[in-house]
Write a protein that binds this ligand. Structure first.
Ligand SMILES: *Cc1c(COP(=O)(O)O)cnc(C)c1O
Length: 393
């Protein structure tokens, strides 16, 4: 007999048939260059732990200390009774680190986007959005009710064209882009986007989740990378990637940061991250301010891995960052490749539709400063074996 779950079961079966089902593996170890996954010790090529901070002793010690001092939970949403001194301290530290006017933190990068976009634009307004923007930007745009006008990926000329075409049809406008595009590793031309935003007096927002701790001097992010301090209105960041913790942040213009304390719905209606999380984020800033060593190693590891993969004959796309996509095409091939890599002791997940367009499935290798050269060589050897076996190289 049919029941109300039938359609879900059918859809799940379809996902499996098409190689699009997320097979989620369980880790039995802390994050690091090597992981215990399903009981097996494997080389980690898929976490966003760019700097190896997720299990860094300074961060762990700071979290333990905060636990003793502040306890475990924030107790309430921030506007009622859940803002602790340590939350303010993190916001001051982020603003100073990034040379921005002000900063406000959120539970995650995802909620930072859901808070910010609907607070800035609404029904009478438009958003000019890069066509490959992250899901959390897309959802923030939808929630806002504003008209969304997509421009071609990283194409300032096309952006200007659509702005001109729509002049006079809206009240406010916002240009929004990923900083580093997570699936391809390319960098938004933020300097050119700024010139356009400035010329047309439009708010400019960049989501630098994958650039935080990676781009700019000592990991200060994309605004620092392009030397656009004080010019980009909104820079979204996450503490869940290079910072190795969890949480989101908006830094930039002080008017906007203040407005978000009044109108950012995830800020107003959902509690903040816990004191140990916050303390670990502050410790991550300490580590980054002390030395550029980790960021430098991340970049040299990325450059080495990409060069060797290209020499083996793999197509590594257009990445300008340590993110290394291995372009494979069909989702099934990417899934088979990932499975065989795992048998070789290399953990690198395949990524297919809808995360990337149909026919553009890939393995995405996330390089980290935690990898040694020996680790990278082991990974390359695994790719060589599987690539030959599957006829990719
Ligand atoms: C990962 C990512 C996010 C989400 O960050 P979380 O802090 O994990 O919620 C948002 N935007 C972009 C561009 C991302 O890559």
């Amino acid at each position: 007999m049919a029941n109300r779950f039938d359609w879900i079961q059918k859809e799940l079966k379809n996902l499996k048939k098409n190689g699009l089902y997320n097979n989620i593996r369980t880790l039995d170890s802390a994050q690091g260059a090597w992981l215990t996954v399903d009981g097996k010790n494997v080389l980690n090529f898929c976490s966003n732990n760019y700097l190896g901070l997720a299990n860094n002793p300074h961060l762990v010690a700071a979290a333990k200390k905060a636990l003793d001092e502040y306890g475990i939970g924030p107790g309430a949403v921030r506007t009622i009774a859940g803002t602790m001194e340590i939350h303010h301290e993190l916001e001051r530290r982020v603003a100073a680190f990034k040379h921005s006017e002000a900063a406000i933190t959120f539970q995650s990068g995802f909620t930072a986007n859901l808070a910010t976009i609907p607070a800035l634009v609404g029904k009478e307004d438009v958003i000019f959005s890069d066509e490959l923007n992250h899901a959390s930007i897309i959802d923030g745009c939808r929630l806002s009710g504003a008209r969304v006008i997509r421009y071609n990926h990283c194409d300032p000329t096309h952006l200007e064209l659509v702005i001109k075409e729509n002049e006079g049809t809206y009240n406010h406008a916002l240009i929004v882009t990923d900083g580093v595009f997570s699936m391809d590793g390319d960098i938004a031309p933020l300097d050119q986007l700024y010139d356009i935003a400035n010329a047309y007096d439009i708010l400019l927002m960049v989501d630098d989740a994958h650039g935080e701790g990676v781009l700019g001097k000592g990991g200060r992010g994309i605004v620092d990378h392009f030397n656009l301090h004080g010019k980009v209105d909104i820079e979204v960041g996450t503490f869940s990637k290079a910072f190795g913790v969890v949480g989101g942040v908006v830094s930039g213009n002080a008017n906007i940061v203040e407005w978000l304390t009044q109108r950012g719905r995830p800020f107003l209606f959902s509690s903040a991250v816990t004191p140990p999380d916050v303390a670990a984020c502050i410790a991550a800033i300490d580590v980054l301010e002390e030395s550029t060593e980790l960021v430098d190693r991340l970049w040299s590891n990325g450059a080495y891995f990409k060069k060797e993969m290209a020499a083996l004959g793999f197509d590594t796309g257009n990445s300008q960052t340590p993110i290394t996509p291995i372009m494979l095409g069909e989702a099934q091939l990417a899934q088979d490749f990932s499975k065989k890599l795992f048998e070789q002791g290399v953990f690198a997940t395949s990524i297919g539709y809808p995360t990337v367009p149909q026919g553009k499935a890939r393995i995405r290798v996330m390089i980290s400063a935690a990898h040694s050269k020996d680790d990278l060589d082991k990974g390359l050897a695994g790719f060589k074996i599987v690539g030959r076996e599957l006829g990719v190289i």
